[in-house]
Every structure is written in C-alpha cells, then in structure tokens.
Design a protein around this ligand. Structure first.
Ligand SMILES: [Zn+2]
Length: 239
C-alpha cells in the first residue's frame, strides 16, 4: 500500500456525504438536517423490486427541489432472480395490516437489504471521496428488521472504517430515537411531508391500514400535528 493514500489531498472531501434517500419520512427528514448542516449531499435511492415506485418518485422530487445529484440504483434483477425470496414488499405476498411491530410485519423483511444498500453506498462514497454515508434507520425498526439493530449498525461502522485506505464514517443519527421524535425534528426543519411516502402499498392515496401507515400516523399524532398526506382510510379515534 502506498503511503500517499493517506495524504490529505488523496483522502475524502470534507463535508461531502452520501445519503441513502428512500423517499420515506425518515430519510427525507435526514436530508433536511444535512441541508441545514450545509453538507454537500449525493443521494442514492434503491429500487429493490418494491411493488410500487411512489417512494422513489418522491425521492427524485426532493432531489430536484434542492438541485442535488441523485442516482437511482436498480436491484430488481437480483429480486427477480429470487435472492430476496417471498417477502411481502417484493413478491405477491400480501402486505399485512396492523401495527408496525406486529409479528405479521416480519413478512415485510427483505433479507439483508440494508447491508446490500450500505455496501453500495460505501462504494459510491469511496468513488466520490465522500467522508460519510448517512442512513435513516430508527429505533422503531429494531423489533422487526434485524439489519436496523444497533448491534448491526455498530459492526457496519467498523466495516466502513476498514473497507478503504481511509476510514469512512457511517452515520445513523436516528438509531436510538422514535419515529415521533423524527417527525418532531422534521416539523422544526419545515420538512414538506407531502413529498414523502411511507405506505407499503402504492395506491393513489396511502392505505392507512398497513403497519407503516399506522406508525407514521401515530408519529404525527404524538406531535399534535396533521400528516399532509391523504389516506384511503383512517381509523376513527385512533390518531
Ligand atoms: Zn399503508
């Protein structure tokens, strides 16, 4: 290894970051936080065979709005090859109704999705000399999604330090806070939540019945705020 790899002029560019932007509420709030921090943001959105592209479209709209470089990466061939099995997000399996931490929501786990996305985001960070990769996993994800757990993130942070000649930071600022706390931050940052999509279904309106909608609606209710998205059904008195 050539020692010049460690010279400043060959290492990362300060403040340049890669953001995994799904188009959902969490990563869009994170986008606004990074804008406030005046980061130079490069956004990556993954298509992994979701049943709909609404989230991806909202991610693109936000990047256009702020004039940010945006790459949409298709993992759909991997999905079609059967690598992700028959989970509810990428196959014919029906999206379960209910609460976000219900056991039925395990059907929505796309195996090892985050490690795959992080791995590609780190590769991109290396290629553009970004100092950090950001992603928006939060505490409510832990119960159901194994690759959102703090233990997983902590090991991936070590990997990020070692996968290139200079260490890359993996930043997961919402890891230990709830979706309600994320909405609280987003309201302070004036996030336009009408340009985010959380529902697992891709209908004209959000369904209001899947675990993801349920969690989002509860997060707004916890802040005494109204979600600007329209819903097909909202269970009366619940939010
Ligand atoms: Zn829904």
């Amino acid at each position: 290894m050539n020692s010049s790899h460690f010279d400043n002029d060959e290492s990362f560019i300060k403040n340049r970051v890669v953001l995994i932007l799904s188009g959902g509420l969490d990563s869009t709030t994170l986008l606004y936080r990074l804008l406030r921090e005046k980061k130079e943001i490069y956004c990556l959105t993954f298509r992994y065979g979701q049943k709909h592209v609404k989230e991806v479209q909202f991610a693109a709209k936000n990047c256009e709005k702020f004039n940010l470089p945006h790459k949409i990466i298709s993992l759909e061939k991997i999905t079609k090859a059967g690598i992700f099995g028959a989970n509810a997000l990428t196959s014919e399996t029906k999206i379960p109704h209910g609460e976000y931490d219900d056991e039925s929501m395990m059907d929505t786990v796309v195996p090892n999705r985050n490690m795959i996305m992080l791995s590609l985001a780190l590769a991109y960070a290396i290629s553009i000399r970004a100092e950090s990769v950001y992603y928006g996993a939060h505490s409510g994800d832990h119960a159901i999604y194994p690759d959102c757990r703090p233990e997983f993130v902590s090991v991936m942070q070590q990997v990020a330090k070692l996968c290139h000649y200079w260490p890359i930071k993996l930043e997961v600022p919402y890891l230990n806070i709830s979706k309600a706390d994320i909405v609280k931050e987003g309201l302070e940052l004036n996030v336009d939540y009408s340009l985010t999509w959380t529902c697992y279904q891709g209908g004209e309106l959000a369904c209001g019945q899947c675990g993801s909608c349920d969690e989002r609606l509860k997060a707004f209710a916890a802040n005494n705020a109204v979600d600007p998205l329209s819903y097909e059904v909202i269970k009366k008195g619940e939010y």
